[in-house]
Design a protein around this ligand. Structure first.
Ligand code: OGA
Ligand code: NI
Length: 354
């Protein structure tokens, strides 16, 4: 295979989990069974201190509530690195169109979806990410990953033409997500007390990648992982739930906390770039996805990055005010290079520390 085996920017082809789920097996195949799973307790939804914070964007722009809501956002970023936003300004129509198209795509016959399958040497397309060994345990998840912004990043040969409205809808949706990222980054920067306009400007022409996840029903949900624990490498990530079945979990202290779907909300989680920019005041949280026996779950995940000319490093203002930088400042090219060439046994974020 013509791939650079020392880099991780590729993935081996693996079976479709949706196709497995159709077979109605009693047990999961060995390649999916994780008998090593850590049994960290998950929260009970009745414990409100373990509920992911909810931020109302209209309060952030309303002088009467601004200060209080900004403080809430700041604490959410410090204590959780994840929160949900409501009243974000994206129309219900845009959200529901996108959900509809993704649902229709995953509902297509396997042979049809395969027209947009990943190719050797690329992460884009329909398949699974980061499978680099035949022995590696697999995740209970099928996905399609597409780079959507800026325009020159697109590889349309991976963009489904079926369902018919898919491309157009994804295009509109990612523009909406980019706008949301600009306004959230503005408030995050305000919360940190750094130059808000300058920081959100970096996201106006920023890069967006979209990963659409399908978690089919599973005969033994407690023995598999939908998505392995990880932190995102983005600036921020915007996750849209397609239904009301929970599955996303965030690590808070020693607990995996369920992120309960809220109708109309978008889940925001901070990525490593934001952690670095905040000089470690904020952390990119570890999160994972679990699956269930009764209902397939779909999620649409948009990774938002500053535009490619922006260097990744702690905000100057935070350094000038006396603290020493915890992370190196590097170009985005260097940042992605370190990610794709990382040694799996070393934590990526630690490798970027001074
Ligand atoms: C991701 C992710 C979680 C989910 O795609 O990076 O964390 O619930 N997804 O789909
Ligand atoms: Ni993630």
């Amino acid at each position: 295979m013509a791939v650079a085996t020392e880099s991780l920017e590729w993935s081996l082809p693996v079976p479709s989990v949706q196709e497995l789920a159709i077979q109605r097996l009693d047990k999961v195949p060995l390649r999916y069974a994780r008998d090593d799973l850590d049994q960290i307790v998950t929260n009970t939804p009745s414990n409100p201190s373990l509920r992911v914070p909810l931020i109302d964007m209209t309060k952030l722009v309303n002088p009467e509530f601004h200060e209080k809501e900004l403080q809430k956002l700041h604490s959410a970023c410090q204590e959780w690195g994840v929160f949900q936003i409501i009243n974000h300004g994206v129309s219900d129509e845009s959200l529901s169109n996108m959900k509809q198209q993704v649902q229709e795509f995953f509902d297509l016959p396997f042979q049809e979806k395969k027209r947009w399958a990943q190719k050797p040497g690329s992460l884009e397309g329909y398949g699974q990410a980061f499978v680099t060994s035949d022995k590696q345990k697999l995740e209970w998840n099928d996905m399609i990953f597409l780079k959507t912004l800026p325009l020159q990043n697109r590889s349309l040969n991976f963009w489904p033409e079926n369902p018919q409205e898919f491309r157009k809808t994804l295009e509109t949706y990612s523009e909406h997500m980019r706008k949301v990222s600009v306004s959230i980054v503005r408030f995050i920067a305000m919360g940190l007390g750094i130059e808000a306009e300058q920081f959100c400007d970096n996201y106006k022409e920023g890069m967006c990648d979209v990963r659409m996840n399908c978690y089919p029903t599973c005969p033994e949900p407690e023995r598999v992982v939908g998505l392995n624990p990880h932190a995102d490498i983005s600036g921020i990530t915007l996750l849209l739930e397609c239904g009301d079945m929970p599955g996303l979990q965030v690590l808070k202290g020693k607990h995996w906390v369920n992120v309960e779907p809220v109708n109309g909300a978008i889940v925001v989680n901070l990525g490593h770039i934001m952690e670095i920019m905040s000089n470690g005041i904020y952390k990119a949280p570890d999160h994972r996805a679990v699956v269930n026996k009764s209902k397939q779950r779909l999620s649409i995940v948009t990774f938002c990055y500053p535009d490619s000319s922006v260097d990744i490093g702690p905000a100057e203002k935070l350094i000038k005010s006396g603290s020493s930088p915890v992370y190196k400042t590097i170009t985005q090219a260097e940042y992605f290079q370190s990610f794709f060439n990382r040694k799996l046994e070393v934590s990526f974020i630690n490798s970027l520390k001074i």
